[in-house]
Write a protein that binds this ligand. Structure first.
Ligand code: NAD
Length: 263
């Protein structure tokens, strides 16, 4: 009998991470949600478990190296070694000036977004290396690709892309694939709150995409699931945009000479 696959999702309590946890449960995996938000983490695990899947919440601050090691060891004992890792835990900031930013917040963002990704990849990557199989997907962003005025988040996402490539080469040797997805703006609860508070302009967002609609969390989860599937067995080290055509449209639609069909 084949063993049930274990999918570990950091930041799985809400947004894109929650959609990934739900998606992998639908595919028959047992899912482990690692998150600092106990209330949402338990609620998500209970919600998934109601569909008959195995889902557990593990309290974990991904920035804390020791905590991550302990959670990874406990999880392996209780559920088994990880087959899939998705690193979705992150802090998402608002526009800031580099010269005036708060350095404590800057450093915390790097600790959570970059170091948190690294910590999870090390501890669950080691479990995968033991068994010479596994798939890791890191959460990048359109911020991995071009400069945007988020001085801790933006270079952090570029660094995650490079880390993904390094891991892909190092772990490829052990039969493990490592890829990243780069979503554009995804209308999560968090993004909606930022729009409502005036920190993001929905009109400006929609004006720089090829498609008229933005991806939902399930669209990102579907791309993540594809990268972890047999269909992607020869794909590693890539950054897959889930961007409603942002990459193609952002320079085109802001061209100084105008856009031919725009009235
Ligand atoms: N929403 C977007 O528009 C968007 C676009 C591109 C990329 N992303 C990326 O997708 C990922 C998920 O974003 P989201 O929009 O779903 O965010 P979200 O805020 O809905 O979810 C993030 C989760 O991470 C958890 N978290 C935060 N700090 C943590 C820590 N120290 N340890 C463990 N868990 C922690 C939060 O509790 C939350 O459950 C992030 O990496 C983000 O950068 C989001």
């Amino acid at each position: 009998m084949t063993r049930q696959r274990i999918a570990v999702i950091t930041g799985g309590a809400s947004g894109i991470g929650r959609a990934c946890a739900t998606r992998f449960a639908e595919e028959g995996c047992a899912v482990a949600i690692l998150d600092t938000d106990k209330h949402k983490g338990c609620e998500t695990a209970q919600h998934i478990a109601r569909s008959g899947a195995v889902a557990r919440y593990y309290p974990c601050d991904v920035a804390d190296r020791v905590q991550m090691q302990q959670v990874a060891a406990t999880l392996e004992r209780e559920m088994g070694p990880a087959d899939i890792l998705v690193t979705s835990a992150a802090l998402i900031p608002n526009t800031e000036s580099i010269l005036d930013m708060d350095m404590a917040s800057h450093d915390r963002m790097w600790q959570v977004n970059y170091h948190g990704t690294l910590h999870a990849c090390i501890d669950f990557g080691r479990q995968m290396r033991e068994r010479r199989q596994g798939s890791i997907v890191t959460l990048g962003s359109i911020n991995s690709l071009l400069p945007l005025p988020l001085p801790a988040y933006n270079p952090g996402k570029a660094a995650i892309q490079r880390l993904t490539q390094l891991l892909a080469v190092e772990l490829g040797h052990h039969g493990i694939r490592v890829n990243s997805v780069a979503p554009t703006y995804v209308l999560t609860e968090g993004l909606q709150e930022k729009i409502d508070a005036g920190h993001r302009d929905l009109g400006k967002i929609l004006a720089v995409h090829a498609l008229d609609t933005l991806p939902g969390t399930e669209d990102v989860a579907q791309a993540v699931a594809f990268l972890c599937s047999e269909a992607a067995s020869k794909i590693t080290g890539v950054l897959l945009p889930v961007d409603s055509g942002w990459g193609a449209a952002v320079s085109y639609k802001t061209y100084a000479g105008g856009v031919p069909w725009d009235d």
